[in-house]
Ligand binder design. Structure first.
Ligand code: ADP
Ligand code: MG
Length: 725
């Protein structure tokens, strides 16, 4: 075996589970210990200030400068008591990750250093925005942007080896007021869905609820591989996925990893992650082995969307940081390894009222049922009318390896309701058919109770991108690396749009027909029009692809085809109508998505080139040289070498092919780099030329991996990364 790989394996063999300083606190006290939440605020603010702040938080009132100073001071004292020296506005620029610029609390007064934090510094920051993607929104002369405190997501303290930092969740905008981040549209979408859902509730006779908000629980999948392997894989370091590697003799076919017993080193890692996350107020609950070898999942208890979206960002950060200490590397990429399952982020979504009701919970009374069916109808209408847009929100280079490949949800957006609920929908739709025998079991909304719907985990269809699971929808096509803000901003907006449409229609009909009849008619009409998006069968099958086409459902097979729809006229009009994005903001987001695609493929292309040229080709040539020498020596002794000759000829032919394919990749790469045109045209070139050429290099290199002397092969192999522990 190659000496480097051998050394890595020997190191790994001696690694033990790592203990961490657990402290005295039990989980209930530990939970949120590093969060400046309502309890801390109540304890540290005068009663009047606390009440005023609560009003700001619940009613969206503006925070006056006096109150801001009080809050900032309380926050600072709390943080300093816990060892903080710095604070940072923590935000989500359109890079897909979070950003932070630390400032200390220090200020000088008469030559003495004081620890200070003003209301102004809490509310507003001014990081230089010129190096964040803006998609053309921001000319360099107005490069400045500002961050603004989002008081709906609590500040938290991040502890590191040498001190703590106070992190303040913020939104990030340009001076001209355009959103430069993922958070702002999400916050705007919450207002839209609150407004439209409340209109619907009022129409249905609910006078109590004063606020409706979406809830979110993100199931996060990830891979762990040993850091000693990771550091020997330049492709993983640069791109997060393996650009080379043959399938190991054993993959996931034995299905022995899923829910298997968790290996002690991995469990120790998970426990430390959970401990860290609990301190940060992230309510993580579930951990288990996933389908692929070395693949795992962590899932929290759901929360309000803004908090849950921030918490998922924190979760991804913690997973990565803690991994290093435990000698692992955490891979969040959608497809780190070819030939085995990739990773997703199941986006569990529902709507809640401030009176504690889940609007997607099938009820017990006819009235509750009516509300449920109306909400269900709104989601069905939303997803069908905006499948193209929903598809955009999950379109990126990494997710292309999952969606439509034979293991993840297909790229066709459809909704799974399960048998019972589908029957309910069919019955509602049949309500207007004249056939009397059908009428007997026809449901009348507001009059008939729904049959009890079983919430049975075994009934789940893993192949659906968007599934109803008892009292929530699960958007399963979201990629594991993704920030949840974008898909949720869009999900909220399209449901707000559908609710608005339904309310308008019902109100129009109400005067002449009465409320119940109006609701019935609009629901039936809407379901009839949009039920083509419902599909309970196998989403992977070829029949579904044909049927979806016949039903007229869009099928955007890859990111580049999908992204352009973001700015379809109907989508931009909707974003503007609900104040979620302006046309300019929408366009900039689309451009950024195309650019991100190009950059991802470009980095992969360069990484592939350099590994193939400088590591794999030399390894193959060394092997070729050794075999040639050995053949020459044997031949000199008069030994029959015809078999060996054949082997050498095969390897040599592959080496020639590798060189040709490397040259082609280099040429395609240069062509793509210099290609003029729109961001979309640019992205097409990367997809059609660079990505395909890269795949060809991989095929040849992988063939060589199966032949070249193991002692010469420099890259840790799949069988090692996935199975050596
Ligand atoms: P699984 O889908 O793996 O069987 P669960 O049904 O327990 O697991 O739920 C998965 C995720 O869905 C969890 O994060 C959970 O908190 C979240 N979830 C449950 N109810 C809701 C809800 N009403 N709104 C949003 N997320 C929810
Ligand atoms: Mg699930």
């Amino acid at each position: 075996m190659n000496a480097e790989r051998d050394a890595a394996i020997r190191t790994i063999a001696n690694k033990q589970p790592i203990a961490f300083a657990r402290g005295e606190l039990r989980v209930p006290e530990l939970f949120g210990a590093n969060v400046f939440g309502p309890q801390q605020m109540r304890a540290r603010l005068p009663e009047t200030a606390f009440k005023a702040l609560q009003l700001c938080l619940t009613q969206g009132q503006e925070l006056g400068p006096g109150l801001a100073d009080q809050v900032a001071n309380a926050m600072k004292e709390w943080a300093i008591e816990r060892g903080a020296t710095h604070f940072t506005h923590w935000f989500q620029p359109m890079t897909g990750s979070t950003a932070e610029k630390h400032d200390s609390f220090a200020s000088l007064e008469d030559g003495r250093l004081m620890m200070e934090f003003s209301g102004k510094a809490l509310i507003k920051g001014e990081p230089d925005a010129s190096s964040f993607p803006s998609g053309g929104l921001r000319a360099t002369f107005e490069a400045r942007g500002y961050t603004a405190w989002d008081p709906t997501s609590p500040a938290f303290l991040r502890e590191t080896t040498n001190g703590s930092t106070l992190c303040i969740p913020t939104a990030f905008c340009s001076w001209t007021g355009e959103a430069l981040d993922e958070k702002t549209p999400l916050l705007r979408s919450l207002e839209a869905i609150n407004r439209e859902a409340l209109r619907m509730l009022r129409l249905l006779g609910d006078q109590k609820a004063t606020h409706v908000y979406p809830t979110l629980g993100c199931e996060q999948e990830y891979f762990l591989i040993d850091r000693d392997f990771y550091l020997r894989r330049p492709d993983l370091i640069a791109t997060g996925r393996t650009l080379f590697g043959t399938k190991p003799p054993k993959g996931q076919e034995l299905e022995d990893h899923y829910f298997g017993s968790i290996q002690p080193r991995v469990l120790a890692y998970m426990q430390e992650c959970e401990n860290e996350l609990w301190k940060l107020g992230v309510p993580v609950k579930t951990r288990h082995n996933e389908v692929a070898p070395q693949q795992y999942e962590i899932a929290p208890i759901f929360e309000r969307t803004t908090v849950a979206a921030d918490h998922n960002m924190i979760c991804m950060e913690v997973l990565k940081q803690v991994a290093q200490k435990h000698g692992f590397h955490c891979l969040l990429h959608e497809k780190p390894f070819a030939g085995i399952n990739g990773s997703g982020k199941h986006n569990n979504w529902s709507l809640s009222t401030d009176t504690g009701e889940n609007l997607l919970e099938p009820g017990h009374t006819p009235h509750e049922n009516m509300r449920f069916v109306v909400m269900l109808t709104a989601v069905i209408r939303a997803v069908d009318a905006h499948a193209d847009l929903l598809r955009c929100t999950i379109a990126h280079a990494g997710n292309d390896h999952r969606l439509g490949a034979n293991e993840a949800p297909p790229a066709i957006i459809s909704i799974y309701l399960g048998e019972q609920l589908s029957e309910v929908v069919d019955n509602i739709v049949a309500g207007t058919t004249a056939r009397s025998e059908k009428r007997k079991d026809t449901m009348r909304l507001g009059v008939t109770a729904l049959p009890p719907l079983p919430r049975d985990a075994t009934d789940r269809n893993r192949t659906s991108p968007f599934a109803f699971t008892g009292n929530k929808f699960e958007f399963r096509a979201v990629g594991s690396t993704q920030a949840s803000a974008k898909p949720n901003a869009v999900l909220n907006t399209i449901v707000a749009d559908a609710l608005a449409g339904l309310v308008d229609q019902i109100e129009k009909l109400k005067a002449q027909k009465g409320l119940d009849a109006a609701i019935n008619e609009v629901v039936i009409e809407t379901l009839r029009k949009h039920k083509r998006v419902l599909f309970n069968g196998n989403g992977y099958s070829a029949e579904w692809h044909a049927e979806a086409a016949a039903r007229g459902l869009p099928n955007f097979k890859n990111a580049v085809d999908a992204i352009g729809n973001f700015c379809a006229e109907k989508n931009v009009a909707m974003f503007e109508r609900f104040g979620v994005l302006t046309a300019k903001e929408a366009e900039s987001r689309m451009n950024i998505q195309f650019e991100a695609y190009c950059k991802a493929i470009s980095i992969e292309g360069l990484s592939c080139l350099s590994i193939a040229r400088t590591m794999l080709l030399p390894a193959a040539q060394a092997h070729q040289g050794a075999v040639a020498q050995s053949i020459a020596a044997a031949k000199a002794l008069g030994i029959d070498v015809s078999g060996q000759h054949k082997c050498l000829a095969t390897v040599s032919a592959l080496i020639e092919q590798l060189i040709a394919r490397i040259d082609d990749l280099g040429a395609q790469f240069e062509h793509a780099e210099g290609h003029p045109g729109t961001p979309q045209e640019h992205a097409r070139v990367y997809r059609d030329k660079v990505a395909t050429s890269m795949q060809k290099v991989r095929e040849t290199a992988d063939a060589l991996e199966t032949m070249v002397n193991d002692a010469f092969w420099p890259l840790p192999k799949y069988r090692e990364m996935l199975f050596v522990q």
